[in-house]
Design a protein around this ligand. Structure first.
Ligand code: XMP
Ligand code: MG
Length: 180
């Protein structure tokens, strides 16, 4: 069923069931890859919160969880995107295996910034796990992007943590904007 969020209409793209099945597959791969590594899952707020929770519920190896918060905005006089570090990662990550958990990779700008920042702090490794990837929008190639839930078209999506004007994060499926 379509949903109306503020002034826009959205239609179903990925159901809660499809998402849960894929999240379990990703978790199973991580459980194999990170045996005896005690990884730290680092969620990128706000959008990651549902994916992060469902992912770690299916992790069976010892692990830690932590969060950071970034926001990006377009400068008013330039198309350059600036990343603002709203909440730095407050733990020591030196010699630790880091798994960054993102809701969606669009241009890749946010992850490009975050991976470089965290690499400077001497972790043992960094990989990125993103629920969604828009391959047609990518401008920064992220070598560390190891796990992608779903590749989607270059469309605006909401739900399962993702918002439109801060609304819709609570939806348990993912919806795409109905083109006018
Ligand atoms: P970049 O371009 O840095 O963007 O990879 C990543 C961040 O932009 C947000 N984003 C979206 N949010 N629906 C949303 O609700 C979308 O379709 C969408 N595309 C990008 C998101 O915060 C992501 O972390
Ligand atoms: Mg995000």
């Amino acid at each position: 069923m379509n949903v109306k969020i503020a002034d826009l209409e959205f239609e179903p793209l990925l159901s809660a069931e499809v998402i849960q099945t894929r999240v379990k597959e990703i978790a199973a791969k991580i459980n194999t890859d990170y045996k005896d590594k005690t990884p730290i899952f680092v969620g990128v707020l706000n959008g990651c919160f549902m994916f992060m929770a469902d992912l770690v519920k299916n992790i069976t190896v010892p692990c830690e969880t932590a969060f950071t918060k970034l926001s990006s905005y377009h400068g008013s006089t330039t198309s350059t995107r600036h990343i603002q570090n709203d909440l730095d990662l407050l733990i020591d990550i030196s010699n630790r295996h880091i798994i960054l958990v993102e809701d969606i990779v669009d241009t890749g700008n946010t992850l490009d910034y975050l991976v470089a920042l965290l690499q400077s702090r001497g972790p043992a490794s960094i990989t990125v796990c993103a629920l969604l990837l828009k391959p047609d929008a990518v401008e920064f190639s992220i070598e560390e992007l190891k796990h992608v839930g779903f590749q989607i078209a270059n469309e605006f999506v909401v739900g399962y943590g993702l918002d439109y004007m801060e609304l819709g994060r609570n939806l348990n499926g993912i919806y795409k904007r109905v083109s006018a």
